[in-house]
Design a protein around this ligand. Sequence first.
Ligand code: ADP
Ligand code: ADP
Length: 237
Amino acid sequence: MLRVSDLTKTYKTGDKALKGVNFTIPAGQVVGLIGPSGSGKSTLIRCINRLVEPSSGKVYLGDLDVTAMPRGRLRTARRRIGMIFQEYALVERLTVMENVLSGRLGYVPFWRSFLRRYPPAYVSNAFALLDRVGLIDHADKRADALSGGQRQRVGIARALEQDPELLLIDEPTASLDPRTSRQIMRLILEICRERQLPAIINIHDVLLAQAFVERIIGLRAGEIVFDGPPDALDTDA
Ligand code: ADP
Ligand code: ADP
């Protein structure tokens, strides 16, 4: 479960990017985060994993107060948060399998890649994840040999590899065609349900969000202006 309480962020420039944001996401629920450019979506995502320091307020991940963690221990908190990115952020010259393993091992050093020495339990777990995202036959391919949809599947498997308690997903389909976008959204939704993972998807495409997620949070100028089921959203507003 994720709980965000009275979160604010004022940048040094004076921009009030978040003005007291409150919401809770229970296990297994996927929330679509929408709002015009500049409304605070990226700031919100970044405050949750503390890539940006909130000005005030709290972020709880289960019982863990993420906002109270000393900077030196943030790695521990970030391990509990899986990130999925628009541009996938794969290591091009490494294989699909190595990219997935980098979820828990962090950066895969060259000697490991060369000697192929990985903890066997991690490898079998990574195979299971590749099977789940439909890439079991591509484990040994280099990342740069894959299509966009396949790359995002690797991104999903890598995020799951660290066994996260929350997924933060930034524009996962922005570089994909409509059909592949729907497949990726479906996969994310299924996986979150199976694993009872809460997730936030920062998503430009409101229609795509409406078609898949059960709850939408709408931001405008740093404030939540909508929080509810997609069919209650007035898309003209
Ligand atoms: P997006 O909506 O895709 O996140 P933005 O244009 O909002 O893209 O932001 C792109 C990058 O520029 C982000 O890293 C953001 O933090 C940074 N940024 C946005 N606005 C400002 C600003 N006024 N001053 C400094 N950096 C900014
Ligand atoms: P969105 O992701 O919805 O486009 P952002 O969170 O990127 O919105 O931006 C929210 C507001 O904060 C905007 O006014 C933006 O200009 C400002 N902002 C974002 N990043 C920075 C930054 N690094 N420094 C200063 N202002 C920023």
